[in-house]
Design a protein around this ligand. Structure first.
Ligand SMILES: [Zn+2]
Length: 97
Protein backbone atom coordinates (compact mmCIF):
# COMPACT_ATOMS: atom_id res chain seq x y z
CA UNK A 1 0.00 0.00 0.00
CA UNK A 2 1.21 3.47 -0.79
CA UNK A 3 2.10 5.91 1.94
CA UNK A 4 -0.45 8.36 3.18
CA UNK A 5 0.18 11.91 4.13
CA UNK A 6 -1.68 15.10 4.75
CA UNK A 7 -1.82 18.02 2.43
CA UNK A 8 -3.74 21.24 2.62
CA UNK A 9 -6.83 21.45 0.41
CA UNK A 10 -5.83 23.20 -2.78
CA UNK A 11 -9.26 24.70 -3.18
CA UNK A 12 -10.03 26.34 0.17
CA UNK A 13 -6.49 26.24 1.65
CA UNK A 14 -8.08 25.65 5.04
CA UNK A 15 -8.62 21.95 5.66
CA UNK A 16 -6.08 19.18 5.59
CA UNK A 17 -6.76 16.15 3.43
CA UNK A 18 -5.31 12.69 3.75
CA UNK A 19 -4.01 11.55 0.40
CA UNK A 20 -1.78 8.87 -1.02
CA UNK A 21 1.40 9.73 -2.87
CA UNK A 22 -0.26 8.78 -6.17
CA UNK A 23 -2.80 11.57 -5.94
CA UNK A 24 -1.93 14.91 -7.42
CA UNK A 25 -4.55 17.13 -5.85
CA UNK A 26 -5.96 17.23 -2.41
CA UNK A 27 -9.47 18.58 -2.13
CA UNK A 28 -11.33 18.43 1.15
CA UNK A 29 -14.77 16.97 1.77
CA UNK A 30 -16.37 20.38 2.24
CA UNK A 31 -15.15 21.60 -1.14
CA UNK A 32 -16.21 18.46 -2.99
CA UNK A 33 -19.57 18.06 -1.31
CA UNK A 34 -21.56 20.20 -3.78
CA UNK A 35 -20.27 18.11 -6.67
CA UNK A 36 -20.96 14.84 -4.88
CA UNK A 37 -24.55 15.64 -4.03
CA UNK A 38 -25.96 15.31 -7.53
CA UNK A 39 -28.67 12.74 -7.94
CA UNK A 40 -27.48 9.52 -9.57
CA UNK A 41 -30.06 8.02 -11.91
CA UNK A 42 -28.24 4.88 -12.98
CA UNK A 43 -29.37 2.18 -10.54
CA UNK A 44 -26.15 0.21 -10.65
CA UNK A 45 -24.05 3.29 -10.00
CA UNK A 46 -26.43 4.50 -7.31
CA UNK A 47 -25.86 1.22 -5.50
CA UNK A 48 -22.11 1.48 -5.94
CA UNK A 49 -22.03 4.94 -4.40
CA UNK A 50 -24.38 4.02 -1.58
CA UNK A 51 -21.74 3.77 1.15
CA UNK A 52 -21.52 5.42 4.59
CA UNK A 53 -20.98 9.17 4.29
CA UNK A 54 -18.01 8.91 6.67
CA UNK A 55 -16.15 6.90 4.02
CA UNK A 56 -16.38 9.88 1.70
CA UNK A 57 -15.29 12.15 4.53
CA UNK A 58 -12.14 10.22 5.27
CA UNK A 59 -11.18 9.01 1.82
CA UNK A 60 -10.40 11.48 -0.93
CA UNK A 61 -10.06 8.73 -3.53
CA UNK A 62 -13.71 7.73 -3.09
CA UNK A 63 -14.70 11.37 -3.38
CA UNK A 64 -12.75 11.80 -6.57
CA UNK A 65 -14.41 8.80 -8.18
CA UNK A 66 -17.87 10.03 -7.27
CA UNK A 67 -17.11 13.53 -8.53
CA UNK A 68 -15.70 12.08 -11.74
CA UNK A 69 -18.84 10.06 -12.25
CA UNK A 70 -21.10 13.04 -11.62
CA UNK A 71 -19.11 15.06 -14.12
CA UNK A 72 -18.83 12.58 -16.96
CA UNK A 73 -21.58 10.07 -16.07
CA UNK A 74 -19.28 7.19 -16.72
CA UNK A 75 -16.42 5.31 -15.09
CA UNK A 76 -13.93 2.81 -16.40
CA UNK A 77 -13.95 -0.79 -15.18
CA UNK A 78 -10.70 -0.03 -13.38
CA UNK A 79 -12.21 2.91 -11.52
CA UNK A 80 -15.20 0.83 -10.45
CA UNK A 81 -12.90 -1.96 -9.26
CA UNK A 82 -10.66 0.44 -7.36
CA UNK A 83 -13.69 2.02 -5.75
CA UNK A 84 -15.02 -1.35 -4.62
CA UNK A 85 -11.64 -2.42 -3.28
CA UNK A 86 -11.24 0.78 -1.30
CA UNK A 87 -14.71 0.42 0.23
CA UNK A 88 -13.94 -3.18 1.13
CA UNK A 89 -10.70 -2.13 2.79
CA UNK A 90 -12.47 0.57 4.80
CA UNK A 91 -15.12 -1.92 5.87
CA UNK A 92 -12.44 -4.28 7.09
CA UNK A 93 -10.66 -1.51 8.99
CA UNK A 94 -13.93 -0.65 10.71
CA UNK A 95 -14.47 -4.22 11.82
CA UNK A 96 -11.01 -4.46 13.31
CA UNK A 97 -11.45 -1.33 15.43
ZN1 LIG B 1 -11.32 22.60 0.81
Amino acid sequence: MSAKYKQICYSCRKNYVEITSRQKYAICYDCQKPEMDKEIKNKKMKKLFDIPEEFYKENSFLRNIKVAYNRYEKLSEKQVEAFKNTVEKLNKDKNIK
